[in-house]
Design a protein around this ligand. Structure first.
Ligand code: HEM
Length: 417
């Protein structure tokens, strides 16, 4: 007999947990709900075919152990699951692929995101930071308040992605719009209306990138997109124009929503923790570790999904092959077995690997870029705007995966002269 079937099944998740996580209170502060799930057990059931996992050890295991795969097109087809995002080719993107295709595509796309290549981009990012902060200055000067996400927190990562991918900076607002609109495609519990709107935006975005790729091919351009689309790759079938367009769409969304969320988290967290903010001001060299701590404390991606390729065991619980498992990264980052006083934001915390950027084969391709953007932007924001503060609540859409912030009003106090 299969040993897995003799093991205990997972206890049920707390009642209405997904609904409560999607409520306004759950969006603003999901952490008490994560603790409630943790109390019910390290692995809890969301129905016959889905589990939630909250502890660091099991989340790290799921992300790195090869028995665990991402739910790809084959997994969906076998279960008759409708694929949202078909118009934007979402199933051809890195996070929806398993080896060998995943390894092949990741190798093709990785070049511009290595720390060495990114280092050459530093002066461009610095200049973009300056011009975006000039924009914030002008808005605050004229209106007394500004919308932080649209003016800088989302606009800057979009501009940086334009610089990397060679997308027209003049289309930055359109790209921002697509980035926000397509975010629900990554959400496991989005409503049909949200999926329909995200699908439509994704199809438009995909068509936009396809048109750019076609004209770049015709013009024999020497930008990044043309470099990716070598004739050799096209002819050997390593890459198709449509798959590349799908991945460009994904890269923009993955890079922008996460980085903008980190910037909003930083602003909110420093405001809520004045002693940590004062310590950081006195120790500006500690910014890199502060960014890591911010991402541990409230990461931009809260959840990652995996399925085991064969029957397996997780924390002593039987997990049949193909079961969808939600690894709650944000909960794992607050596991007291891994982090001392995990709910405290502590910039002096001894570095410990958090799961903010995932792990294993799908470890975030953009982690060096996110860290570079944060290192260039956040200290400069606080240097130029020492009295910047929020002027209303952060508006967050419902979601389990992405910790997106749509809008965040800010103002500044006049310094006493
Ligand atoms: C604060 C910023 C960011 C955070 C917290 C973050 C987080 C993550 C996480 C947790 C994953 C793994 C998801 C999983 O295992 O299912 C991931 C994957 C990924 N991220 Fe990021 N990300 C950030 C910024 C970026 C940026 C700037 C880019 C742009 C290049 C990017 C591109 C990607 C890609 C392409 C993947 C998929 C990798 C693969 O499947 O092989 N991310 N990210």
């Amino acid at each position: 007999m299969d040993t897995v079937t003799t093991l205990p099944a997972a206890p049920p998740a707390p009642r209405g947990i997904i609904r409560r996580l999607h409520s306004r209170q759950g969006r603003e502060d999901p952490f008490p709900l994560f603790e409630e799930i943790r109390t019910a057990g390290p692995v809890v059931s969301l129905g016959p075919h889905a589990l939630l996992v909250t502890r660091y050890a099991e989340c790290a295991q799921i992300l790195s152990d090869r028995v665990w795969q991402v739910p790809d097109q084959q997994w969906r087809s076998e279960r008759g699951i409708h694929t949202s995002g078909a118009g934007s080719g979402v199933m051809a993107t890195l996070p929806r692929l398993n080896p060998p295709r995943h390894s092949q595509l990741r190798h093709l796309l990785a070049g511009p995101f290595t720390p060495r290549t990114l280092d050459r981009l530093r002066p461009t990012i610095r200049e973009l930071v300056r011009s975006h902060l000039d924009g914030l200055e002008a808005e605050l000067e004229h209106h007394g308040r500004a919308e932080f996400m649209g003016t800088v927190a989302r606009a800057l990562p979009v501009a940086v992605m334009c610089a990397i991918l060679g997308l027209p900076l003049s289309d930055a607002s359109l790209l921002s719009h697509y980035s926000v609109q397509t975010a629900p495609l990554t959400e496991p519990f989005a409503t049909p209306a949200q999926i329909a709107a995200a699908d439509a935006a994704g199809a438009d975005f995909h068509a936009y990138v396809l048109a750019l790729l076609e004209s770049s091919l015709q013009a024999g351009g020497n930008g990044l997109l043309s470099q990716w689309l070598t004739h050799e790759r096209l002819e050997s079938g390593q890459l198709s124009v449509s798959d590349l367009a799908a991945n460009v769409v994904f890269l923009v969304g993955a890079g922008v929503e996460t980085t903008s969320s980190l910037f909003a988290t930083a602003l909110l967290a420093l405001e809520q923790h004045p002693r940590q903010a004062a310590w950081l001001k006195a120790h500006p060299g500690a910014w890199p570790q502060a960014v890591e701590e911010l991402m541990r404390w409230d990461p931009s991606v809260h959840n990652a999904v995996r399925v085991p390729a064969q029957n397996t065991v997780l924390a002593g619980i039987a997990v049949p092959a193909g079961t969808l498992v939600h690894a709650l990264i944000a909960a794992a980052n607050r596991d007291c077995d891994q982090f001392t006083n995990p709910h405290d934001l502590d910039f002096q915390r001894r570095p410990q690997r958090s799961l903010a950027f995932g792990g294993g084969l799908h470890y975030c391709l953009g982690a060096p870029l996110a860290r570079l953007n944060a290192a260039e932007f956040l200290p400069e924001l606080l240097r130029r705007f020492p009295t910047l503060r929020t002027d209303g609540p952060a508006v967050r859409p419902a979601g389990l995966n992405l910790r997106t912030v749509i809008t965040l009003p800010v103002t500044r106090d006049r310094l006493a002269s």
